[in-house]
Design a protein around this ligand. Structure first.
Ligand code: SF4
Length: 460
């Protein structure tokens, strides 16, 4: 018997006969009954029966499927070689046989085995390249807001508010923050793809946020600012070959084909790829690590002053991640490129970033040298991020953020949602009446700054 919503007992509906599911009549034809409905009616008894047994079903541990001696070959394109004939070729990726008519080997695997040969040649020198330490990117009081969508809505949705930072030549700035904190919007604003409603963005002394029309197109064509997308498989044109993809930004700049190919080959060499071996392939014929390095070669082929890398290693395995991080490190060191790396991966940033900027809900809440920001955060939100980062050098779950975000949250704060209150107050164990007003960014020793009324100052 069941009880209705009004409390009146109602007669129990007879349960359907469950027998047919496990014992289908031999030779039965026609559509099967709607088992989902009957199973639903029979609940809440948890399902304990297995799916209908199949004598052909492999047993646990059996290899399914078995792959032995498999050769895979892609036809070669645009390299002057004849196409694949199906015979495997054992040669390494970096030494393709001239005029070979056999198929290419599994280049993704052999390339992995053959590399990494550390690139030694630099791209062509550029007298205009800023010197190490010179300011390349300066962002001041940046506000970005998108217009509301839909009829009847007015106004705009603010995504960034009052962000200010600077990146110098040869420096890597890591930008961290949860999804929706405004990291990618910041990078998009720098390349002119997000609506700046207030503030200034300057690159090499030019206020790019004020450029419009032809001046903006000229600036983009110069290639002084490059953007490296998170997913190269989506961002790279699937129909272009590697050499065409890498040379494309130079075509936009008006360089002749021969110059483009030479510069593209050099950029590929810089990122550890062989243009002779890979130049004729399309993105689908590359491994994930190779694709990301092609994207990197494409980004540096114009010899940019500033590179914005949006989650450059999030889709890579550990070895490729390390390789790309080392490449970024060498680019800033050898070529003086100023690099902004947006990432969720704090451990990757800890290895290469000079400074870290922390965004929370469109505000810059902390920035400073990497070791200090990640090792001894001033802002409770940074402490929460670092405490949440997975680590393998501990024996029992996430590291306790000793002395940081470990105390109980002080219950509901009615004022926390009021305009002007600290945006992190809802989650902050240190919130008090002071936090009804939004904190401004305050400088701290060691080139640090934090926007918090009660920063977790280091003791001792
Ligand atoms: S200002 Fe107050 S609520 Fe905001 S992070 Fe600092 S202590 Fe927490």
């Amino acid at each position: 018997m069941t009880v209705s919503a009004t409390g009146t007992p109602t007669p129990q509906t007879p349960a359907p006969d469950p027998a047919p599911e496990t014992t289908p009549p031999p030779g039965a034809s026609g559509p099967a009954p709607d088992r989902a409905d009957t199973a639903q009616a029979a609940e809440p008894t948890p399902p304990t029966r297995a799916l209908p047994s199949t004598p052909d079903q492999p047993r646990h541990g059996e290899a399914v499927p078995r792959v032995e001696g498999l050769d895979v070959a892609y036809p070669q394109r645009s390299t002057g070689h004849a196409g694949s004939t199906g015979a495997p070729h054992p040669g390494p990726e970096t030494t393709p046989p001239p005029g070979a008519s056999g198929p290419a080997p599994d280049r993704a695997a052999t390339a992995q085995a053959a590399e990494p040969t550390p690139p030694t040649r630099a791209l062509r020198s550029d007298p205009d390249q800023p010197r190490h330490g010179e300011a390349v990117l300066r962002v001041e009081g940046l506000d970005v807001a998108y217009p509301r969508r839909g009829a009847g809505h007015g106004g705009a949705v603010g995504v960034l508010g009052g962000v200010g930072l600077e990146v110098v030549a040869g420096e890597i700035l890591g930008v961290i923050g949860e999804t929706g904190s405004g990291k990618t919007t910041l990078a998009r604003a720098v390349v002119g793809s997000a609506p700046v409603t207030a503030g200034r963005i300057s690159v090499e002394g030019i206020e790019v946020s004020a450029l419009r029309g032809r001046a903006l197109r000229e600036h983009r064509r110069s290639g002084r600012v490059q953007y490296m997308f998170q997913d190269p498989l989506r961002s790279l044109d699937p129909d272009l070959t590697v050499i065409e993809l890498v040379g494309e930004p130079l075509a936009v700049a008006g360089l002749a084909k021969a110059e483009r190919r030479a510069a593209a080959a050099e950029a590929l060499h810089r990122v550890g790829l062989d243009a002779d071996a890979l130049g004729g392939r399309v993105p689908a014929e590359l491994s994930g690590g190779q694709r990301q390095r092609v994207a990197l070669a494409r980004a540096i082929v114009t010899r940019p002053a500033l590179l914005l890398a949006d989650e450059p290693v999030s889709a890579l395995d550990a070895s490729n991640r390390n390789h790309v991080l080392r490449l970024l490190d060498s680019l800033r060191r050898d070529l003086g490129v100023a690099i902004v790396v947006i990432s969720h991966d704090l451990s990757s940033l800890a290895g290469i970033a000079d400074r870290i900027a922390v965004l929370y809900r469109g505000k810059l809440v902390e920035h400073g040298p990497t070791a200090q920001v990640l090792g001894s955060p001033l802002h409770p939100y940074t402490a929460l991020l670092t405490a949440s980062a997975p680590r393998i050098d501990r024996a029992g779950g996430p590291r306790a953020a000793a002395g940081r975000v470990t105390g109980p949250v002080t219950g509901p704060l009615p004022w926390a949602a009021a305009p002007g209150a600290c945006a992190f107050a809802h989650h902050c164990p240190f919130a008090d009446a002071d936090c009804r007003t939004e904190p401004g960014s305050s400088p701290h020793p060691g080139g640090r700054a934090a926007a918090c009324h009660h920063p977790r100052l280091p003791t001792g």
